[in-house]
Design a protein around this ligand. Structure first.
Ligand SMILES: Cc1cc2nc3c(=O)[nH]c(=O)nc-3n(C[C@H](O)[C@H](O)[C@H](O)COP(=O)(O)OP(=O)(O)OC[C@H]3O[C@@H](n4cnc5c(N)ncnc54)[C@H](O)[C@@H]3O)c2cc1C
Length: 476
């Protein structure tokens, strides 16, 4: 391709310039029109959630700054818009990085065919995963359903992932292009909730790189153990940046490997962190090979599970008012920050699907709407795992006890105190189960159960037994 040709780079979940193989290819081919299209005709179940819309808006704004204001944003049907742009600006080459949501795969195939039919080269790249889902199959060609062999044999025995690429020098095609207005995408509703939520984060490529550096200097030192304690700063909190592609997983992988080489004593912690990136690969592989992952149980037996329809319980769970302090702290962390620590995701998830026996779809939908890192593969696989109906899932009969989980992973109750301030003065001994606290302790702590803080909406022991009984019906 000659250097005076124009290519479109179609940004999707790769909102960065560094280590962006599709953008690099476009830049090497000549002039570039960088484009983002907010697709309207998405199937209902895949529509972007509320928190994601806020993140996306700010991430596109940041990307536009990096691109010196050259990002063109559109709303509508991607195929139609790309075709129109190609004709208008005599574009012969369109590049994008692959995404693995089933509707995206279908759309990409259609767009590629359409472009081909009008003489334009549509070229897709791997910009989101360390290994493509078809590179990590078993010897017999089938996909892994269990994490450990997937990671050890499928990933670590495959070719090493691509090392990160540098950011390209971009020569923009500017002629007659209308200035882009991000507000036209209508991503923000201008509610105070949005401003409050995003004010707790720095969004964009620079913020993602800075966060990786901080993690590799600090958090990683105690990652393996510390990652279980929500009040500790031991996890990376890179998930929204990875979700939106503000940083590539290859960059994170290679930076961790470099750190490991320089500081071999970090080996256990660093390797554990790398294996969590492996879980991300596993979820994407599951979604690719089992595209029904977001909607149907991987374990078919669960199709008969007697889920309970409980709108009152669901509302209490969503609003962090179940009366179980560690569950409420997790749910309020989610609502107030757009993020929830992994340990809490497991505790609140188990409480919903086991103690309340509410369908995992309801939990998945709430997370989808409220998480900044809401990701179809990780969210669906996470919920199937916690419900016990997924691949390599936690067995259904392993029911987290939120009181002992709190005692173990928030021993002084500081995480609960941060997000459930009405229990702030309750001594650590009673903060996980205030319903067992003597009246005088509650009184001196300023707590009136049922008034200042809810009574528990279920008895943990009885609800556990009911869950096990329901599970037993599956065997029958
Ligand atoms: C019910 C449930 C729902 C979840 N929904 C999502 C979701 O929508 N989006 C999402 O990114 N993660 C999801 N996870 C996985 C995990 O909780 C988050 O990735 C993690 O808490 C993000 O925090 P971090 O970046 O500090 O993680 P770190 O511990 O620092 O891990 C680094 C990165 O590894 C990946 N990772 C870590 N743990 C997992 C995991 N169990 N599965 C897949 N990838 C993982 C993430 O990309 C993460 O950013 C879910 C887990 C559960 C149990």
């Amino acid at each position: 391709m000659s250097s005076d040709q124009t290519s479109i780079h179609w940004f999707r979940q790769d909102l960065r310039v560094a280590d962006n193989p599709a953008l690099l290819s476009a830049a090497r081919s000549g002039r570039v029109i960088p484009v983002y299209i907010f697709d309207d005709p998405i199937p209902q179940e895949f529509r972007i959630g509320g928190a994601s819309r806020v993140w996306l808006h700010h991430s596109l704004d940041s990307l536009n700054h990096t691109l010196n204001g050259h990002l063109r944003c559109f709303r509508g049907n991607s195929e139609t818009i790309l075709e129109k742009l190609c004709k208008e600006y005599n574009v012969k080459h369109v590049t994008w990085n692959r995404a693995y949501d089933p509707w995206r795969i279908e759309q990409d195939t259609q767009v590629k065919a359409k472009l081909h039919s009008i003489g334009i080269k549509g070229q897709s790249f791997n910009g989101s995963l360390l290994w493509e889902p078809w590179e990590t199959l078993k010897a017999d060609g089938s996909p892994y359903r269990v994490f450990t062999p997937f990671y050890k044999n499928g990933c670590l025995n495959a070719d090493v992932p691509r090392p990160p690429l540098s950011a390209p020098q971009i020569c923009y095609h500017d002629e007659k292009l209308e200035p882009s207005n991000l507000d036209n995408l209508g991503l923000l509703d201008n509610q105070s909730w949005e401003a409050d939520l995003i004010s707790k984060w720095r969004v964009g490529e620079d913020a993602a790189s800075a966060k990786l550096k901080i993690f590799l200097n600090e958090g990683i030192k105690n990652y393996k153990n510390g990652r279980n304690f929500p009040a500790q700063q031991s996890v990376s909190r890179l998930s929204p940046h990875l979700r939106w592609g503000e940083i590539s997983v290859n960059t994170v992988w290679y930076a961790t490997k470099k750190q490991l080489k320089e500081s071999p004593h970090l080996s256990e912690n660093a390797n554990h962190f790398l294996s969590e990136l492996g879980w991300r690969e596993f979820s994407h592989s599951l979604l690719y090979h089992f595209p029904f992952l977001p909607t149907k149980n991987l374990n078919q037996r669960f199709e008969k599970f007697p889920w309970v329809k409980d709108q009152v319980g669901l509302k209490a769970w969503k609003s962090g008012r179940t009366g179980i302090p560690i569950v409420d702290a997790g749910m309020r962390q989610l609502w107030n920050t757009g993020y929830m620590h992994n340990r809490l995701r497991m505790i609140v998830g188990s409480f919903l699907v086991k103690n309340l026996r509410i369908h995992w779809h309801d939990g998945q939908a709430w997370f989808w709407d409220t998480l900044f890192d809401a990701d179809l593969a990780n969210n669906s696989a996470g919920w199937q795992w916690i419900a016990g109906c997924g691949a390599d899932a936690a067995p259904y009969f392993r029911i987290f006890n939120p009181v002992t989980q709190g005692l173990k992973f928030d021993p002084d109750g500081s995480f609960i105190r941060q997000f459930v301030p009405e229990l702030g003065k309750v001594p650590a001994k009673y903060i996980f189960d205030p319903w067992n606290a003597p009246q005088d302790i509650l009184a001196t702590s300023g707590v009136v159960l049922g008034e200042t803080y809810p009574n528990p909406i279920v008895d943990l022991k009885i609800s556990r037994e009911k869950a096990l009984e329901s599970f037993a019906t599956l065997k029958a």
